[in-house]
Design a binder for this molecule. Structure first.
Ligand code: NAD
Length: 293
């Protein structure tokens, strides 16, 4: 059974996951480069200080592929014992996910990709959804931990297929976001009442997760980031990153995705111009500033 867990990356997602596991009775070692992040989890250490030799599972929750590759090559693969299960929950590119798996399996580790849907609140409540790729035996070893952290675990197939599902899922979210934000921008330009228009959409065919959770006009949905200065939520730069990952996957597979490509371009431009730290629904404010000439 998995008892002692290391979590590398104590950011918006990793810290609440670590706290949830420790509240559930696991022995948890938190690891992060950043002193501010280490302050969020008692006893957290730097990657250099971390000793993985007595750890049953190593969970990585890092920004992008290069950081995950760094900690695998710099610490985990040389330091963990080969019975440990390696679970990468970061959202990263397919190619890196497959390479990580190959390197880990060659050294005798069980390793899976298990990116998540759900934000920091779901992470702290043990209500994430996991999209999983890897060998079925490796997934079985990780499953008790994933079931503690999440409400749903879907095993899609071989290594990388969790990241593939995540890329497709987030491409749908990104394109839907563009549609909802443009719809509300046009409704406002046409002087429709925002509350009435929201109620109409929520009860009709335009209903979506994005509509209900990311209505971009402040004050319409009190719990939405727009009603709270567009505080994230899910940062625009992360949305842009995920849409670029989907485009990399589209290119690799040869599938044409014109709306996905446009959403990737739009969110990338927006994140570069603003820093992208606000919630992705702040894209609406940029849309409102653009005028047709
Ligand atoms: P974050 O930027 O808040 O946290 C990442 C943490 O990793 C930081 O604390 C950073 O210091 C640490 N880090 C970076 N490089 C490191 C290294 N080499 N060694 C040790 N620590 C290192 O990011 P987040 O929001 O927690 O997201 C993590 C991953 O989860 C991303 O891939 C993101 O796309 C994905 N995700 C995020 C959300 C969300 O709502 N925030 C939802 C689903 C998936």
């Amino acid at each position: 059974p998995l008892k002692h867990i290391a979590i590398i990356g104590l950011g918006a997602m990793g810290a609440p996951m670590a706290l949830h596991l420790s509240r559930s009775g696991y022995e948890v070692t938190g690891v992060d480069l950043d002193p501010g992040a280490r302050d969020r989890f008692s006893g957290a250490v730097t990657p250099q200080q971390a000793d993985f030799s007595g750890v049953d599972a190593v969970v990585t929750m890092l920004p992008e592929g290069p950081q995950v590759m760094d900690v695998y090559q710099g610490a985990i693969l040389s330091n963990a014992h080969s019975g440990a299960v390696l679970i990468d929950c970061s959202t990263i590119d397919l190619e890196t996910a497959r390479t990580l798996n190959k390197l880990a399996v060659e050294k005798g580790f069980a390793q899976i990709d298990a990116p998540v849907s759900g934000g920091p609140e779901a992470a702290g409540a043990g209500e994430l959804s996991f999209m999983v790729g890897g060998d079925a035996d490796h997934v079985s070893l990780a499953r008790p931990l994933l079931e503690n952290l999440g409400k749903k675990t879907t095993h899609f197939g071989a290594a990388g297929s969790g990241q593939a599902a995540k890329a497709c899922h987030n491409m749908i979210c990104g394109i839907t976001a563009m549609a909802v934000f443009e719809g509300f921008a046009l409704a406002e330009a046409l002087k429709l009442d925002a509350d009435q228009f929201y109620e109409l959409c929520a009860g009709a065919a335009a209903q979506s997760w994005t509509l209900e959770n990311r209505c971009p006009i402040p004050g319409v949905v009190p719990a939405a980031p727009s009603s709270n200065g567009y505080a994230p939520g899910f940062a625009a730069r992360l949305m842009a990153k995920d849409l670029r990952l989907a485009q990399a996957a589209a290119q690799m597979s040869g599938q044409v995705t014109p709306f996905g490509a446009e959403a990737a371009r739009a969110f990338t431009r927006f994140a570069e111009a603003t820093g992208g730290d606000l919630d992705f629904s702040s894209y609406f404010t940029a849309l409102k500033q653009q005028t047709k000439t």
